[in-house]
Design a protein around this ligand. Structure first.
Ligand code: FMN
Length: 230
């Protein structure tokens, strides 16, 4: 992350300029926990954006004990671009990530950045070990079910309503523990993205969320609206 807040606190993308600090962090985490310690990084930052800079960074961090990297396949500019622009303007270079995998076949390399479809996912998996999808999955969470089916070979929920039933159970449990309704409901606004009735779905949730006593039931009503439109 290249945001000002993150830079001021000396974490996020600016750490690409301090590979020794990252390596020491990885080593300290590995000593402290039994969980896998992974590093997510860009392919460069500011003027440190050559292949050699990138390899030096990966080498150093690997020295701290990391063998799993998630690579957002574009550089970041620490000044002049907002975090959002830094996710859009620097060009993607998937080739750089493929090249990294060729150089370090023993490492697990996951590619990230601008990937939005199953076809792209399958193509990337010819070159690297994993694919991370951020915004596309958030904007249209059903993509994850399609990937479950197409890439992992089954076990995806039969339809959106099955997911919804489970999510409503989750909302009910969490609300009992004090989590506000909309903090959870907003993450499924994209569930019907691309389907007939998507707008009716979003509108019902948005309009009813301030309602006193809003519960998971609102999602059920919204889904009925979708089915009525579809
Ligand atoms: C709202 C938002 C917040 C993000 N925060 C972080 C973060 O804290 N750390 C991080 O490594 N990446 C963060 N990212 C970047 C994503 O992890 C991902 O690298 C980026 O969105 C590119 O992948 P995509 O095109 O699939 O979304 C954030 C992205 C978004 C949209």
């Amino acid at each position: 992350c290249p945001s000002d807040r993150v830079q001021n606190a000396r974490f996020g993308a600016c750490l690409m300029k301090e590979p020794d600090v990252v390596a020491a962090g990885v080593a300290a985490m590995r000593r402290a926990v039994d969980l896998p310690v992974t590093v997510k990084t860009r392919i460069g930052v500011d003027d440190r954006d050559s292949w050699d800079d990138f390899v030096r960074f990966i080498d150093t961090v690997a020295g701290g004990g990391c063998d799993t990297f998630i690579i957002h396949a574009r550089k970041a500019w620490l000044q002049g671009l907002s975090p959002k622009e830094n996710r859009e303007i620097p060009p993607l270079s998937y080739e750089t990530v493929y090249r990294l995998k060729q150089r370090y076949p023993e490492f697990s390399i996951t590619i990230n950045g601008g990937i939005t479809s199953i076809d792209e996912t399958v193509e990337h998996l010819e070159h690297v070990d994993g694919v991370m999808i951020g915004r596309a999955a958030y904007e249209s969470p059903w993509l994850l079910a399609e990937i479950e089916q197409a890439v992992f070979g089954g076990n995806a929920p039969a339809n959106r309503e099955v997911v919804l039933d489970r999510y409503i159970d989750y909302i009910d449990r969490e609300m009992a523990a004090g989590t506000p309704f909309y903090a959870m409901a907003r993450h499924v606004l994209g569930l019907y993205q691309g389907e007939r009735g998507a707008r009716a779905w979003r509108r019902h949730i948005s309009e009813n969320r301030p309602r006193a006593g809003a519960t998971g039931q609102i999602l059920r009503e919204a889904a009925e609206n979708v089915l009525a439109v579809a």
